[in-house]
Design a protein around this ligand. Structure first.
Ligand SMILES: Nc1ncnc2c1ncn2[C@@H]1O[C@H](COP(=O)(O)OP(=O)(O)O)[C@@H](O)[C@H]1O
Ligand SMILES: [Mg+2]
Length: 642
């Protein structure tokens, strides 16, 4: 007897609930509730319950099959968010006539044969249950034709495979899925509005599109094209696809990651920390080409960005991890959205270190440094807004022309001061005629540092500087804060690490037996962290000494957190985080406050320090420390040449 989706199901449950145990047994006897084999159709529908959650799951399975079939062109046509129709056409290898019934039956696949194959599986599919699952909850038609065959074949599925009909079809397959869940009312009820289902499908295709650059994808909805991503073959063209999927701003703010070591390779793009997002919606991670969600990976990435991102902000990235397939288990999730690494610690540390270094090494002048697209438009909109009032502003303080000559004068000061400070000689840059254009000669152009030379300070808040590209605006406090922070971290690492401070009154903590054991076993580890801590009872520990820098911090709760990290993950980076937080707040204190007037030499010194300081593009809270407005953007702003 079938319960799944049966019309009388709720009435059935109601009766069961109303009866006592003895009555139930008698009643079940009456309706012959003995063990029996489920029908194929029902087994498939139960499998579909796991694999096919909504239209986007169908699209995922069909497109993955097309990719496994080696297709270079895939077209997805949808109607009503995929609810009434999903048709996927490909130019892959097609299915041989004699294999067609197998393709539609459960546990039948061309992708693996043995357990060994499963261990090193390279295809996206391998479970052999997608087509049969989809067919059991929809009206499915399959058209297919193999290379060199004189004609193609069509079958449809309705509780079994129909007879094969000859048809004309180019090499490849077309799978047409209509009326999803027409026979599973329980599932149909959970479907959302057409627009929402379409969004799910778009999100899914973005995920796939980013790992198959050399495949052409077309998506239409209700007869209208949603997008068409052309295949890009060369790596140099990858940004084209990246831009179609993640947008122009991502590409402008992304830098390339590429590292290989100990059998692991990580490559892809990570957006500058200043391009963080309020949601984790631009995070693409692939393991051997398969899009996955993974806790280990997510943790490593979060930790790598820990020092440069605001709380509640999320980094944006597209990253590909490649590793020996036998070291990762892909068969842990019905929709294959999760994986399990054999050595997850190794993978975690590799990802963390790669990203952490890459972020630390970002310097002004690396990759894209210009203000994001749309910035000029926003600026112009703001300016036009301001035009409504008098140009000199209410106080009449700002006037264009006198200021320009002031800048000209100061430029000479700048160059001279710079020369004095660094003994750095630039020919032809400053002539005794008072040349305003310090970058006039080509010879000197190469020597202009990425952040250029200071022109002036604005309202005691911003440094304005000129480089080869155009104008640089620096948030003085933010930049100084980062520099001080990084300096303090280095100093701490060199000298402070071993500085310990005895507690006047030792702190006793009540903890679990397991935690006491961790303290006992990890005494040496705690010592290297600057703690003197030992068991003081079966369920208590005593802290006598702490790292000097933690003076005044809540040591008891820090130690509790460290212990629970050890319990959960076998290690903890909480001490480092806490120390960094302490250093950051000290740095914030010690940094240039607003309205402090800086002389040219100080401004230039700050610019030079920014160029050599790790993570100097963001302040400790993840806000940008500087932006660049190129001459082209300024031209655009003033509508020059338009
Ligand atoms: N678009 C396609 N082109 C060629 N062969 C296909 C296509 N879709 C499915 N097949 C064949 O049908 C089989 C069953 O597909 P499926 O149920 O998705 O299982 P799996 O992908 O796990 O093998 C595949 O192994 C493959 O041989
Ligand atoms: Mg499949």
């Amino acid at each position: 007897m079938s319960l799944e989706g049966a019309p009388g199901q709720s009435a059935f449950l109601f009766i069961i609930r109303a009866l006592n145990h003895k009555q139930v047994t008698e009643w079940l006897d009456l309706i012959d509730m003995h063990i029996h084999q489920l029908s194929d159709q029902l087994i498939n529908q139960i499998a579909a319950g796991e694999v096919i959650e909504r239209p986007s799951s169908v699209v995922k399975e069909l497109v993955e099959n097309s990719l496994d079939a080696g297709a270079s062109e895939i077209t997805i046509d949808l109607a009503q968010g995929g609810i009434s129709r999903i048709r996927v056409r490909d130019n892959g290898c097609g299915i041989a006539r004699e294999d067609i019934p197998l393709a539609l039956s459960r546990h039948a696949t061309s992708k693996i044969q043995t357990l060994d194959d499963l261990e090193s599986v390279a295809s996206l599919g391998f479970r052999g249950e997608a087509l049969s699952s989809i067919a059991s909850v929809s009206r499915l038609t399959l058209n297919t034709c193999t290379a060199g065959a004189s004609q193609g074949w069509q079958v449809s599925y309705d509780a079994g495979v129909s007879d094969q009909q000859p048809i004309a079809h180019p090499q490849g397959s077309t799978i047409d899925v209509r009326d999803l869940f027409f026979n599973v009312p329980a599932r149909r009820k959970f479907l959302r509005a057409e627009k929402t289902e379409l969004k799910h499908i778009e999100t899914l295709l973005k995920r796939i599109g980013l790992s198959f650059f050399d495949v052409d994808f077309k998506l239409t909805h209700n007869g209208k094209q949603v997008y068409h991503w052309r295949a890009v073959d060369k790596a140099s063209e990858h940004p084209v696809r990246l831009q179609s999927v993640c947008g122009q701003a991502f590409v402008e703010n992304a830098f390339i990651i590429e590292r290989e070591s100990t059998g692991l390779r990580l490559h892809g793009w990570v957006a500058q920390p200043t391009f963080s997002r309020s949601q984790a919606d631009m995070q693409y991670f692939y393991v051997n080409g398969r899009a996955v969600r993974d806790k280990v990976v997510a943790h490593a990435v979060r930790q790598a960005f820990g020092d440069v991102l605001y709380h509640g902000r999320h980094p944006a990235f597209v990253l590909f991890l490649a590793l020996d397939p036998t070291t990762v288990d892909v068969n842990v999730h019905p929709a294959k959205a999760e994986v399990r690494f054999r050595d997850s610690r190794l993978v975690h540390d590799f990802i963390y270190q790669t990203l952490h270094r890459a972020i630390a090494e970002l310097r002004p002048g690396d990759g894209s440094t210009t203000a994001p697209s749309g910035f000029v438009d926003k600026l112009r909109a703001a300016a036009i807004h301001a035009e409504a009032g008098p140009i000199s502003g209410p106080t009449g303080e700002y006037r264009a022309s006198p200021q320009q000559s002031a800048i000209a004068l100061e430029l000479n000061d700048t160059a001279a001061a710079y020369q004095k400070l660094y003994g750095f000689e630039r020919q032809n840059t400053v002539t005794d005629r008072g040349n305003v254009d310090i970058f006039a000669s080509d010879a000197s152009a190469n020597e202009v540092p990425p952040l250029g030379f200071a022109l002036a300070q604005l309202h005691g808040l911003f440094i304005l500087a000129q480089n080869k590209e155009g104008l640089i605006i620096v948030d003085t406090h933010a930049a100084h804060e980062r520099i001080t922070y990084e300096r303090m971290k280095t100093a701490y690492e060199q000298e402070g690490r071993l500085l310990q401070q005895p507690l006047l009154v030792p702190v006793t903590l009540h903890v679990s037996e397991r935690e006491v054991q961790i303290v006992e076993e990890g005494k040496a580890t705690f010592e290297t962290m600057g703690f003197e801590v030992s068991p003081s009872g079966p369920e208590s520990i005593i802290i006598r000494q702490i790292p000097a820098i933690l003076q005044g911090a809540d040591v008891a709760s820090l130690l509790r957190d460290i212990l629970s990290d050890f319990l959960a993950h076998g290690r903890s980076n909480r001490l480092e985080t806490t120390i960094n937080e302490m250093l950051a707040s000290m740095a914030c204190y010690g940094s240039v406050r607003a309205n402090r007037k800086l002389v040219m030499a100080e401004m230039n010194a700050l610019l030079r320090e920014m160029e050599t300081t790790e993570r100097s593009g963001q302040c400790n809270h993840g806000r940008p420390t500087w932006v660049q407005l190129s001459i082209a953007q300024l031209d655009q702003l003033f509508l020059r040449g338009q």
